[in-house]
Design a protein around this ligand. Structure first.
Ligand SMILES: *[C@@H]1O[C@H](CO)[C@@H](O)[C@H](O)[C@H]1NC(C)=O
Ligand SMILES: *[C@@H]1O[C@H](CO)[C@@H](O)[C@H](O)[C@H]1NC(C)=O
Ligand SMILES: *[C@@H]1O[C@H](CO)[C@@H](O)[C@H](O)[C@H]1NC(C)=O
Ligand SMILES: *[C@@H]1O[C@H](CO)[C@@H](O)[C@H](O)[C@H]1NC(C)=O
Ligand SMILES: *[C@@H]1O[C@H](CO)[C@@H](O)[C@H](O)[C@H]1NC(C)=O
Ligand SMILES: *[C@@H]1O[C@H](CO)[C@@H](O)[C@H](O)[C@H]1NC(C)=O
Ligand SMILES: *[C@@H]1O[C@H](CO)[C@@H](O)[C@H](O)[C@H]1NC(C)=O
Ligand SMILES: *[C@@H]1O[C@H](CO)[C@@H](O)[C@H](O)[C@H]1NC(C)=O
Ligand SMILES: *[C@@H]1O[C@H](CO)[C@@H](O)[C@H](O)[C@H]1NC(C)=O
Length: 809
């Protein structure tokens, strides 16, 4: 197990080696960057405290001994991609702290060495050296870790000078290679060796020597063109003393048979992880798995990425089986335009298979494949269509991780799925899956990616996904957050970019375990239903991914584009029950207040009085001069029953007099020759206003005098302004004799002023009465008289009549 891990680490180191040249030690100190400025000379005014100086991509051709004297603190100096032809390392004599010196991609031919003891990284690759520029002094730079070299001729004697150095990386960036003395490379003691070959070089010897040199070997530009196979078949393909465990070939362009020979060669070396990137092959397929010697290997991982071929007819079976019969642990063949894959009929030991970005179809699963140890299968970016077929295949494995993203997968409801109980993660993103996919999922699933499919709802009746913890449903067509009743352990939910208007209560009730939610970029409808959701976003710190920038209202239109956190939805307007209760309470209080007023202050009486007052005021405006011009002599004529005379004398008249300066007269104005009724009629005619004090006794004793008159003049319908009735005591309707229809009508219409029993109300009563009388008095003079008659004859039986006269008329 430990072994496997270390190989894996080597693999990843090998992959990072490619970019090693650009990696600089981390510097917090001053960096001066003169990169890409077309400089021909090094600037004289360098800041003395500069620790990192970048002069790359300029036109520098010479370095002077004084150039870097001022920057004594310099640690990193980058001079790559210039035109420097000659280098005297003594130039850096005063830069004692220099650690990193990059002179790659120049035109160096000559280096004069000087031992810079502190240097760790020295890059002289891609220069025009004739021989590799190594001297005795190079061997004295004991801190050197990374050394970049170039040279047209490579010979043992050069490398011997640094054989004792324990290097981390040796990088051979070669512009040309005219001679390589076999056995030179293995002299170096380095962990990694990276060789970039010039085009069309015989790589064979370098590959053999490279494998004998370092643990990790990377070779770029392997292109032997033709003839290699015929030449090499005469060679001995076995190798002793191989050291490499991780081999990476980059930019390989070979004939198929040559490629096969390389596989065969590497197969019997110490290489455990073999990776080829950017592979192109052509030619005819003579050699295949039948001629391959699979015995005796330590190979565990094979990785082929970015493959192209220049063959018109590929005998697929022969090529595929070469790899699948290798029976190693890990096999990757990705970005290879591979339409199919075949496996041997017997069980193989593969644990990890990666066929990403090919053009594999359902046919892959149509023949029985026995992969009992398979743990990880990556089929991302192919053309698979039927999810259930994959499940049948998987059922015969112990698969844990399955990546089926970026295919054309669908699932029909009537198809059955049989997944192994070992499956933990499944990536089904970017497929054509609809709601039915939830009926084709393994029970044991923990992480499920269904992002970018065609799911509209999470069906309610699905099997319980008891272990599901992470669910990605982003970029689908869901209109609601899912309820978690079937996956109670869910803790991370991604539902970004769906069609959610307002999440339903189901989510909040059943998804208590969710700790991280991404529901951004949905077209939220910012109404009351969204309240709980907004609260969640505001108060659950860190739970909502992307809060608050990606949570915007889409509806209603007046809120479009507003962030959810800025939407204000008050409790009262959202909680219907609360709203109803509030309204009910207000109504109740109002009702009680009204009832209280009615009961305690006799509100209806006041209202009626006020109503009459306003009518009166209106009438004042309407009153015409003609009315005044009636032949009036008296101001007010008051008719009342003897029984009520006390009230009239002590209440009514004093109150009327108060403001009107009325004078009472006792002289008879009644014509004795006329009947009392005639006299009364006469009085009414002569008076501006007539007041009748109504009470049961008045009705009984007096009313008959007037009944005919009132009926005749139809006073209650129009023009009744000058008759004022005061109801002194209530008269029950049943007490009124049927011969008095006018009186009945009067009482029913309530066309009278009611004398209040309550003394507090009297002021309003008097004010109202005076206003009524005033209607016609406004334009009269100030002097008025009041005449009161007492007629005590048989007929009248103690009735009393008062007349109030104004002088001014
Ligand atoms: C200097 O600037 C160039 C881009 O202008 C950049 O690529 C390079 O990394 C910079 N160098 C340093 C040491 O930061
Ligand atoms: C140098 O600058 C030119 C234009 O200013 C730009 O096109 C070029 O990519 C730059 N080169 C590097 C290596 O930064
Ligand atoms: C290398 O260093 C040793 C001592 O560390 C010294 O004796 C020797 O002369 C140096 N060689 C050269 C070529 O500078
Ligand atoms: C190479 O260097 C390592 C330390 O990096 C050392 O252990 C080993 O013995 C050296 N090998 C040779 C052949 O000098
Ligand atoms: C290949 O070389 C090895 C030693 O390096 C030797 O043992 C073996 O016999 C050789 N095989 C052939 C076919 O020459
Ligand atoms: C095979 O691949 C898996 C997943 O990348 C990795 O964990 C494992 O270490 C690999 N095994 C070998 C022998 O490289
Ligand atoms: C499943 O595997 C067994 C042996 O492991 C094999 O006999 C059987 O044919 C396989 N079935 C399918 C459908 O591949
Ligand atoms: C799936 O595999 C299990 C055990 O490996 C087996 O019992 C079952 O019959 C298989 N189902 C199908 C449909 O092949
Ligand atoms: C699923 O695959 C897609 C790309 O195919 C990738 O972006 C995503 O991160 C994967 N999901 C998981 C959970 O690994």
């Amino acid at each position: 197990m430990k072994h496997i891990r270390s190989i894996y680490i080597f693999c990843s180191i090998a992959m990072s080696v490619q970019g090693w040249a650009s990696k600089l030690p981390e510097e917090r100190e001053l960096t001066t960057n003169f990169s890409n400025l077309s400089l021909r000379k090094i600037p004289a005014d360098l800041t003395p405290t500069t620790t990192t100086l970048d002069l790359s991509y300029n036109l520098l051709s010479q370095l002077q001994s004084s150039d870097f004297r001022s920057v004594s603190k310099l640690k990193v100096l980058i001079l790559c991609h210039n035109r420097i032809q000659e280098l005297d390392i003594k130039t850096f004599e005063f830069n004692r702290e220099l650690r990193y010196l990059d002179l790659s991609y120049n035109r160096l031919k000559i280096v004069t060495w000087y031992s810079l003891a502190g240097l760790r990284h020295l890059d002289l690759s891609f220069n025009d050296f004739d021989t590799v520029p190594i001297c005795e002094e190079t061997g004295n730079m004991s801190h050197l870790e990374i050394l970049g070299l170039s040279g047209a001729k490579i010979q043992k004697s050069d490398f011997q000078k640094i054989a004792h150095l324990h290097l981390n990386t040796v990088f051979l960036g070669l512009r040309s290679l005219s001679h390589y003395e076999e056995g030179s490379l293995p002299i170096l003691n380095t962990t990694k060796l990276h060789i970039v070959l010039p085009m069309n070089t015989n790589f064979w010897v370098l590959l053999r020597d490279g494998i004998k040199t370092s643990k990790i070997l990377e070779m770029t530009n392997i292109n032997g063109k033709s003839q290699f196979a015929s030449y090499e078949t005469q060679q001995n393909l076995t190798l002793e003393d191989s050291k490499t465990s991780v081999l990476l070939l980059n930019k390989v362009d070979l004939l198929w048979d040559d490629l096969l020979l390389i596989f065969q060669f590497v197969w019997h070396t110490s290489v455990e992880c073999f990776q080829i990137q950017h592979l192109t092959f052509g030619g005819k397929v003579y050699l295949d798995h039948n001629s391959f010697d699979y015995s005796n290997t330590v190979m565990r991982t094979m990785k082929l990425e970015h493959i192209q071929f220049r063959i018109f007819h590929i005998p697929q079976e022969r090529i595929y089986l070469l790899f699948t019969k290798m029976d190693i642990e890990n096999l990757t063949i990705s970005d290879a335009q591979m339409p199919h894959m075949l496996f041997p009929v017997y069980p193989t030991r593969f644990q990890y298979l990666n066929f990403a970005n090919n053009i594999l179809t359902d046919d892959l699963f149509k023949q029985p494949i026995q992969l009992p140890h398979l743990k990880t299968l990556i089929l991302k970016g192919n053309k698979l269509e039927t999810l259930s077929l994959v499940s049948f295949f998987a059922n015969n494995t112990s698969l844990k991780h399955l990546d089926l993203s970026q295919n054309l997968l669908q699932h029909e409801n009537d198809e059955n799925c049989f997944w192994p109980e070992t499956l933990i993660t499944m990536n089904l993103s970017s497929n054509e899956l609809a709601d039915s996919v939830f009926r084709c999922l393994p029970r044991s699933i923990q992480i499920l990616d269904l992002n970018n499919n065609k799911i509209q709802t999470v069906p309610k009746e699905i099997i319980h996904l008891k272990s599901l913890q992470v669910l990605n449903l982003a970029f689908n067509f869901l209109t609601d957050l899912p309820a978690c009743s079937h996956f109670r352990k869910l803790s991370i939910l991604d539902i970004e970019m769906n069609l959610i208007l307002s999440p339903s209560q189901d989510f909040f009730q059943s998804c208590q375990e969710v700790k991280t939610l991404n529901a951004g970029r949905n077209p939220f409808r910012c109404t009351c239903e969204l309240r709980d959701f907004i609260q969640l976003g505001k108060y659950s710190e860190g739970m909502m991914i992307g809060w608050s920038d990606s949570y915007l209202c889409e509806y209603p239109l007046n809120l479009k584009g507003t962030q959810l956190k800025d939407v204000h939805l008050p409790e009262l307007s959202c909680n219907t029950a609360l709203l109803i209760v509030t309204i009910a309470v207000i109504m109740l209080v109002l009702g009680m207040a009204v009832a209280f007023c009615c009961f305690y202050f006799d509100l209806p009486w006041y209202l009626r009085m006020l109503g009459q007052w306003t009518q009166t005021l209106q009438r004042i405006r309407k009153t015409t001069q003609e009315q005044l011009k009636r032949n009036v002599q008296f101001h007010v004529f008051i008719s009342y029953s003897e029984h009520d005379s006390t009230w009239v004398k002590h209440e009514l008249i004093p109150n009327l007099e108060k403001e009107e300066k009325l004078i009472c007269l006792h002289e008879g104005n009644f014509d004795p020759g006329k009947s009392i009724t005639e006299n009364i009629m006469n009085c009414i005619e002569k008076s501006c206003k007539s007041i009748f004090v109504l009470s049961p006794s008045f009705v009984q004793s007096e009313w008959y005098h007037y009944e005919l008159y009132f009926a005749h003049h139809s006073l209650f319908h129009e023009n009744s302004d000058y008759i004022i009735f005061i109801l002194l005591e209530p008269i029950p309707l049943y007490c009124i004799p049927t011969r008095y229809p006018t009186l009945k009508a009067l009482l029913e219409k309530k066309a009278y002023l009611e004398w209040p029993k309550d003394r507090h109300k009297c002021r309003l009563f008097w004010a109202n009465l005076r206003a009524t009388i005033n209607v016609n008095l406004l334009e009269t003079g100030e002097m008025c008289e009041l005449q009161t008659f007492m007629e005590l004859n048989e007929e009248s039986r103690g009735s009393a009549i008062s007349l109030i006269r104004t002088d001014c008329l």
